[in-house]
Design a protein around this ligand. Structure first.
Ligand code: PEP
Length: 249
């Protein structure tokens, strides 16, 4: 039985006051969503603050560098995340792939350093609209998953996968529950075929792409959807609470 997870990706939004409000709200909300792992992903500058206040939720960094330390201006390392007791890291978000030229090879390196440092990477994958219309969605997600897992042993380590069709991110257009379920089941079948049934059954696969308080429940009721990675709606406290509660059902 996989525990549900809902992760709120603030992207480059928020403030110190917003971070304090979210911490307080989600510490209070924790008892009603105890069957869900609630994860807040603030910008790096607020990560230490939000992690320091965490009681009823965990934190994820939005990004990490694959190098251990050194001359990488603007970057943060896995050791720094361990230092502040941050548990999760988003890896390969489509915005980083597109705007910051993150390749499958870079993502594989990041996955490897996260796992080696006992951080749990939340691997983001998903196809563009053109790829979907060309019938390439399955091939794209398979390629992204296998490339990212190249250097890690999933039999002894946990990761989370977030299927986020790029055409649904920040667009208000959500994949239908059937469309999402079809790809989630496929990703699980790839894990089974390439690694093992145990890994396929244990690995949580989240859906992301314009999840809202209205759409969450139906999406999360699909058998292979284990919760969500939520962008815009995670900035609205009441909406994000509803989404977290929907994963608890
Ligand atoms: C995301 O940033 O991962 C995301 C899914 O954003 P949104 O919910 O706004 O589409």
């Amino acid at each position: 039985m996989r525990k549900s997870m809902v992760a709120g990706n603030w992207k480059m939004n928020g403030s110190s006051a917003f971070a304090a409000q979210m911490s307080e709200q989600f510490n209070q909300h924790a008892p009603t969503v105890s069957s869900v792992d609630v994860v807040l992903c603030p910008p790096a500058i607020y990560l230490s603050q939000v992690q320091g206040d965490a009681q009823g939720y965990a934190c994820a960094a939005q990004n990490v560098h694959f190098a251990g330390s050194g001359a990488f201006t603007g970057e943060i390392s896995v050791a720094m995340l361990n230092d502040i007791k941050c548990k999760y890291v988003l890896v390969g978000h489509s915005e980083r792939r597109e705007m910051f030229a993150e390749t499958d090879a870079i993502i594989a390196k990041k996955m490897a350093v996260c796992v080696a440092a006992s951080l749990v990477p939340i691997l983001c994958i998903g196809e563009t609209l053109v790829q979907r219309n060309n019938g390439e969605a399955f091939a794209v997600v398979k390629r992204q998953v296998l490339a990212a897992l190249e250097d890690i042993d999933l039999k002894t380590n946990d990761i989370v996968i977030a299927y986020e069709p790029i055409w649904a991110i920040g667009t208000g257009e959500t994949a239908t529950p059937e469309q999402a379920q079809e790809i989630h089941a496929y990703i699980r079948s790839v894990l089974e075929a390439e690694i093992s049934l145990e890994v396929a059954e244990r690995t949580r696969i989240l859906y992301g792409g314009s999840v809202s308080a209205l759409t969450a429940s139906e999406l999360f009721s699909q058998p292979d959807i284990d919760g969500g990675l939520v962008g815009g709606a995670s900035l609205k406290v009441e909406d994000f609470k509803i989404i977290c509660s929907a994963a608890a059902n």
